[in-house]
Design a protein around this ligand. Structure first.
Ligand code: PEP
Ligand code: MN
Length: 337
C-alpha cells in the first residue's frame, strides 16, 4: 500500500495518515522526497479500500503495490535513492569505483593498493577479512587484524571501506571498521543475517546469489529494508549457467531491469562475473554503459600470487587503464567518475 502525500501537505496531515494506516494494521515506512512524502504501508492485509485513505486531507493518491517487494520497489521512491556516505554519493550522477584485493593479506599489499586506487580516482577500497570459500581448507581471511589493516590504509588515502559480513556475530566488528557491509552471494538468502542488518544504520552492499532471480534479490533487499535500514545497494556479480568459459555469466541485462524495478543503486562486479582478468575491463565497460551506478573490482599488486581469486584480479596497470576507460564511458552517457 502506497500513499503519496500532496506537495505541501502538513506534518499533522501526514501523521494522521500514518495513524490511520497503523490502525488498519500496516507497518509504515516513510520516504521523504523533494516534492512528496510517500508512505509505504506494509502488512498482510489485502481487503481494504484505498478510497478510505484517498479522501483524507493532504493525500494526493493511493496505490496498491502488487509486487511482492514494496520498499525496494521503484514506486516507493520514483526519483531513485542516492546513498550519501561521507563525501561519496552512490546512485547520483557520478559512478563510484570500489576496488581492492579479494582478501586482505598484509599491510604492504593494502597500503600499495590503497595508494594506487586513490590516485586513479576510486573512492572505496574493498577487501575481505572474512572469506566465504568453497573449500574449508582454503584461506578463510585475516579477521579483525585484516579489517584493522584495511581501515588504516583507507584512512591514509581518504577512502571508504567495504568488507563482507558472513555471520551475525561479525556485525559489531564490521560496524567498527567498515563503512559499507557486504553481503556475499552465498549469503543473499541468509534471512537471519538480513534481518539483523535491517537493524544497523550503515549501508549494505547486497550481492546477487549465484542462482538467484532478480525478484529474489529484491526480496532479500526487502528483508533488510523492512527492518528499517533503507541504505541498500544491489550488486550484479554473475550467475551460474551452463556456460563454462567464464566463472559465472555476468547478467548485464539485470542492471537496467533492476534500475527499472527498484530505486536502489546498482553496482556491478565484473571480477566475480567473469572469473578471468582479461574479461573484467570489457564487462566493466558494458556494465557502466548499461547504467550501473558503480563498479566493484578486484585488483592486487601481484595478482599471480594473490591468496584468493588471483585469476580474476587486475594488475595495477590494468586497473589504471580501466579507470581511464570508465571515465570515457561515464562521459558518453552523461555521467562522471
Ligand atoms: C567477494 O566479493 O570477494 C566475494 C566473495 O564475492 P561473491 O559473494 O560475489 O562471490
Ligand atoms: Mn573474490
Amino acid at each position: 500500500m502506497l500513499v503519496v502525500m500532496q506537495e505541501g501537505a502538513t506534518e499533522q496531515q501526514t501523521e494522521n495518515v500514518i495513524q490511520r494506516l497503523v490502525e488498519m494494521g500496516f507497518t509504515v515506512h516513510r520516504s521523504t522526497g523533494v516534492r512528496h512524502t510517500v508512505l509505504g504501508g506494509v502488512g498482510p492485509i489485502d481487503d481494504f479500500d484505498p478510497a478510505a485513505l484517498e479522501v483524507m486531507e493532504g493525500v494526493k493518491e493511493c496505490h496498491r503495490i502488487v509486487s511482492p517487494y514494496k520498499l525496494a520497489s521503484r514506486h516507493f521512491k520514483p526519483a531513485g535513492t542516492v546513498l550519501k556516505i561521507g563525501s561519496v554519493e552512490i546512485g547520483g550522477p557520478a559512478v563510484v569505483m570500489m576496488a581492492g584485493p579479494c582478501s586482505v593479506e598484509n599491510v604492504d599489499q593494502m597500503e600499495q593498493i590503497a595508494r594506487l586506487i586513490a590516485e586513479a580516482g576510486a573512492r572505496i577500497i574493498r577487501g575481505g577479512a572474512f572469506k566465504p570459500r568453497s573449500s574449508p581448507y582454503s584461506f578463510q581471511g585475516m579477521g579483525e587484524e585484516g579489517l584493522r589493516i584495511m581501515r588504516a590504509a583507507a584512512d591514509r588515502n581518504n577512502l571508504l571501506v567495504v568488507s563482507e559480513v558472513m555471520d551475525q556475530v561479525q556485525i559489531p566488528l564490521l560496524l567498527k571498521y567498515s563503512d559499507i557491509l557486504q553481503v556475499g552471494a552465498r549469503n543473499m538468502q541468509n534471512f537471519n543475517l538480513l534481518r539483523e542488518l535491517g537493524k544497523v544504520r550503515k549501508p549494505i552492499l547486497l550481492k546477487r546469489g549465484i542462482a538467484a532471480t532478480i525478484e529474489e534479490l529484491l526480496l532479500s533487499a526487502e528483508y533488510i529494508m523492512s527492518g528499517g535500514n533503507y541504505e541498500v545497494m544491489l550488486c550484479e556479480r554473475g550467475i551460474r549457467t551452463f556456460e563454462t568459459s567464464t566463472r559465472n555469466t555476468m547478467d548485464i541485462a539485470a542492471i537496467p531491469v533492476l534500475k527499472r524495478l527498484s530505486h536502489l543503486p546498482v553496482i556491478a562486479d565484473p571480477s566475480h562475473g567473469t572469473g578471468k582478468r582479461d574479461y573484467v575491463v570489457p564487462m566493466a565497460r558494458a556494465a557502466l554503459a548499461a547504467g550501473a551506478d558503480g563498479l566493484l573490482v578486484e585488483v592486487h599488486p601481484d595478482p599471480d600470487h594473490a591468496i584468493s581469486d588471483g585469476a580474476q584480479t587486475l594488475r595495477p596497470d590494468q586497473f589504471q587503464e580501466l579507470m581511464k576507460q570508465a571515465a570515457t564511458i561515464a562521459m558518453a552517457i552523461g555521467r562522471r567518475i
